[in-house]
Design a binder for this molecule. Structure first.
Ligand code: ADP
Ligand code: MG
Length: 256
């Protein structure tokens, strides 16, 4: 039946930007990623959901090599992940990441936060980098905060700065690991709106989130993980109306 078929193979291989194949990862005895096969197409928005401890953060962290893997392969834009040095810094620039805890440099201004990687890793000159930073800060709605320090901003503003900082590197793909989970409820939407706009602009995105409204409206595909495995993947309308696995049914019954 086509209406419940997975969209796994919807992306033509030529358009594949991030490809994980048979990726395995252990933490000691814990098999945290088990035979993960996942292809993310250019321009695709993939939302990853699943119970706590299912391996969602580890999955994100392996894609920009904050975690190593035990076996399998990962490529970004056709190239295997580099091991170290400048190549690794470039990979981290190509694969932007936004964390739950904003992780801004506390002792640098907002503008410096968004300028630094551009000059250090992308080798842009300072004026060009600052101009790009100001334009990005405007785009995420914090143009007026450029000279402040992170602690002077609300959580929602800090997270939007973190998004601008990642975007300043001209990433090929953006990873978001529960970007709104640490925010007060009234600030969640301002961050989700920035992410929605990015998705509309065609950014390739992997988003771990419990915000099912975002998943429904922005995701091309929902990937459901449990116990280190991808248990199910489908278009959001299919996944939410007709989850196939018991694990997904159980998960959705608890959160919806
Ligand atoms: P999720 O993001 O889905 O909640 P994680 O990827 O953070 O899951 O974690 C998956 C499992 O791996 C959990 O059981 C977690 O406790 C464990 N884990 C995560 N990071 C580490 C680590 N650095 N060392 C040991 N165990 C870890
Ligand atoms: Mg996590």
């Amino acid at each position: 039946m086509s209406e419940v078929s997975v969209t796994k193979d919807a992306a033509p291989a030529a358009d594949a930007l991030v490809v994980l194949s048979k990726v395995n990862k252990h933490f000691g005895a814990l098999h945290v990623l088990q035979d993960i096969d996942l292809t993310i197409a250019r321009g695709e928005v993939v939302v990853v959901i699943g119970p706590s401890g299912s391996g969602k953060s580890t999955l994100c962290r392996t894609i920009n090599r904050l975690e190593t893997t035990d076996s399998g392969s990962i490529t970004v834009d056709g190239r295997p992940l580099p091991q170290e040095g400048k190549e690794l810094a470039r990979l981290r620039a190509d694969v932007g990441m936004v964390f739950q805890s904003f992780n801004l440099f506390a002792h640098k201004t907002v503008l410096e936060n968004v300028t630094l990687g551009q000059t250090k890793v992308r080798r842009k000159d300072r004026r060009e980098a600052e101009a790009a930073a100001r334009s990005l800060l405007e785009r995420v709605g914090v143009g007026g905060q450029a000279d402040k320090y992170p602690a002077q901003l609300s959580g929602g503003q800090q997270q939007r700065v973190a998004i601008a900082r990642a975007l300043a590197m001209d990433p090929k793909v953006m990873l978001f690991d529960e970007p709104t989970s640490a925010l007060d409820p009234e600030m969640i939407n301002e961050v989700l709106e920035v992410m929605q706009q990015l998705a509309r602009d065609g950014m390739t995105m992997v988003v771990v989130t419990h915000e099912m409204g975002f998943a429904r409206s922005a995701a091309h595909r929902v990937v459901f993980m449990a116990d280190g495995r991808i248990v199910e993947e489908a278009r959001p309308d299919q996944f939410f109306s007709n989850p196939r696995s018991d694990r997904a049914k159980d998960f959705l019954s608890k959160i919806l």
